[in-house]
Structures are given as structure tokens and as C-alpha cells.
Unconditional design. Structure first.
Length: 285
């Protein structure tokens, strides 16, 4: 990975076009992977984690907007739990697959192909819950604009909830010592770079083994950047939680236990996930 000077590199529109192409390429790879287990989902599996379902709470009878939904299994899982759900994603291939699955399963979910930042131009309504899942905000350069969109689509008293990769875990990489031992070392910056980070492609994603050829830009966001963006958008934060587990094997030194990936040594020393629940009101409760 290498940094890139935004002034000399591609425009944001060009970067978003790369994001769309990259995720169009990822979608069939992910859909065929054991990680996503589409067959299990079709058989009735709820893809949401127990963290998400317990922290969001009951959704029966509520409307949910899922931003950056990929091909929609989490969105449709909320529908299976009783919500009226809408999913949004930038990828044409992902939304096409989401609609196919939804039609096949008859779950009544609406899917919209859009860049999150463009959504206010496409729909004009509000929701009881706005939700984002793991791996969402790293594709967004401007969190103030993102948080304003979250607030824009919440009903008064509505709930925003996110579960995402903890930015501290993204500082580390597996580094091999001269004696052959592999350890985690801080390699990448914690604090955000507006220029983003270029992943030049030709490597597999977290799901599947097929290399994804399309390059893509990502943006690192510190925890304070996320929290302050939501506060500036007028949301009241109910809680921020941190977890020493990952939903995938983030490093070779991790093994799966109780449905989560954990470090085999120094388990609990690094936060791999964080969650935030916030309200579109000045009152908590």
C-alpha cells in the first residue's frame, strides 16, 4: 500500500468510480466464498452478529436504512427479524445480486444502487434506524458529510448504530523477525490522511482466494474522528464499545473460537471492533 497526494492523484469522482469497479469485481468472488455462505443464508441463516442484534435491540415493525450494504444479506437479515429494510450500495453487481436474492426469498427489501453521498438526491424519507456494518467507513473520505447524511435520514428519536473495524487494529501488520518468528508490529498511521491509501490490487480480499485486480482507495479514520463527526451532526451518543475479536482472520496469529477470531497470544490486547449507538435527539433513552 502507498499513500497518494490527492492534489496530484485522481479526483474523488474517479476514486469512487474505482470503488464501484473494485466491488463489482469482488461481488461474485464473495458470493461464491465460504465466508459469506450464501447457501446457508438462503436456508434461513441470520448473518448479523450477536453483538449487532443485542445492541440494536428489537426491530420488528421498524424501518431500517442500511448504508453500504454490499449484496444485502445483513439487510435481508434485519427483514427476517421483522424490520422494513432498505439497503444502499455503490456497486452495481452487489445491488443486482441483492435484488436477485431478495426476489428469490420474498423478503420485501428495497435495494438502491448509489454512492452514500448521493442518497439525499434519490430518496426523501426518514427511518427508525440507520445502520452500517463492518468494513463500511473506510471507503468514505469525508465523515462529516457521512454523519450529516446519517442524521438526515433518521426520524426524530431514531437510532443510528454502527459496528466496524477498530482503527487501532489497522495500525498493525504481521512482520517476520530475522529468526523467522512472526509478530505484530505498528506499521501504518493511526490518524487519518485525507489523501487516502491506495491499494493497487492484485491481491485477494478477506473472502475468497481470487486476486482482485482493480485498484481502490481507502481512508483510515480515528475513533475520535468518527465520534466527533456524529456529535457535529447533532446526534447524541448512547455508548461506544470496543471488542478484542474480529469476524475474519485479520492476522495469521488469530484462531477462530466461539464464532470469532482471536489472537492466539496476548488475546484481549488489541481491539478489533468497535460499536456506537446514537440517537437523533437531545435525550438519551
Amino acid at each position: 500500500m502507498s499513500g497518494n497526494d490527492a492534489a496530484n492523484g485522481p479526483s474523488l469522482a474517479e476514486r469512487f468510480a474505482l470503488t464501484r469497479r473494485n466491488w463489482n469485481e469482488r461481488t461474485p468472488v464473495h458470493a461464491a466464498s465460504d465466508f459469506y455462505d450464501v447457501a446457508g443464508f438462503k436456508a434461513g441463516r441470520i448473518t448479523l452478529t450477536n453483538i449487532e442484534t443485542s445492541e440494536v435491540g428489537a426491530v420488528a415493525g421498524k424501518s431500517i436504512l442500511h448504508l453500504q450494504c454490499h449484496f444485502g444479506m445483513d439487510t435481508m437479515s434485519w427483514a427476517r427479524l421483522g424490520a422494513t429494510a432498505t439497503g444502499v450500495d455503490i456497486s452495481d453487481a452487489a445491488i443486482d445480486l441483492a435484488r436477485e436474492l431478495n426476489d428469490e426469498l420474498g423478503l420485501g427489501v428495497r435495494f438502491i444502487r448509489a454512492n452514500v453521498y448521493d442518497l439525499p438526491d434519490l430518496i426523501d424519507e426518514r427511518f427508525d434506524v440507520v445502520y452500517t456494518g463492518v468494513g463500511a467507513i473506510c471507503w468514505l473520505p469525508d465523515l462529516d458529510a457521512w454523519a450529516a447524511i446519517v442524521a438526515r435520514f433518521l426520524k426524530p428519536g431514531g437510532t443510528f448504530y454502527m459496528l466496524d473495524v477498530h482503527p487501532m487494529s489497522l495500525v498493525f501488520d504481521a512482520v517476520q523477525d530475522p529468526d523467522g518468528a512472526t509478530d505484530l508490529r505498528p506499521v501504518y498511521p493511526y490518524f487519518p490522511d485525507p489523501a487516502g491509501i491506495l491499494d493497487d490490487g492484485e491481491r485477494p480480499t478477506y473472502a475468497g482466494t481470487t486476486p482482485i485486480k482493480t485498484p481502490v482507495y481507502e481512508w483510515q479514520h480515528s475513533l475520535s474522528e468518527v465520534v466527533n463527526a456524529l456529535l457535529r451532526a447533532g446526534l447524541t451518543i448512547e455508548f461506544l464499545n470496543e471488542f478484542p475479536v474480529a469476524p475474519y482472520q485479520a492476522f495469521p496469529q488469530m484462531r477462530r473460537r466461539d464464532g470469532w477470531w482471536r489472537l492466539t497470544e496476548r488475546d484481549g490486547s488489541i481491539a478489533f471492533l468497535f460499536s456506537i449507538r446514537a440517537l437523533a435527539t437531545g435525550q438519551i433513552g
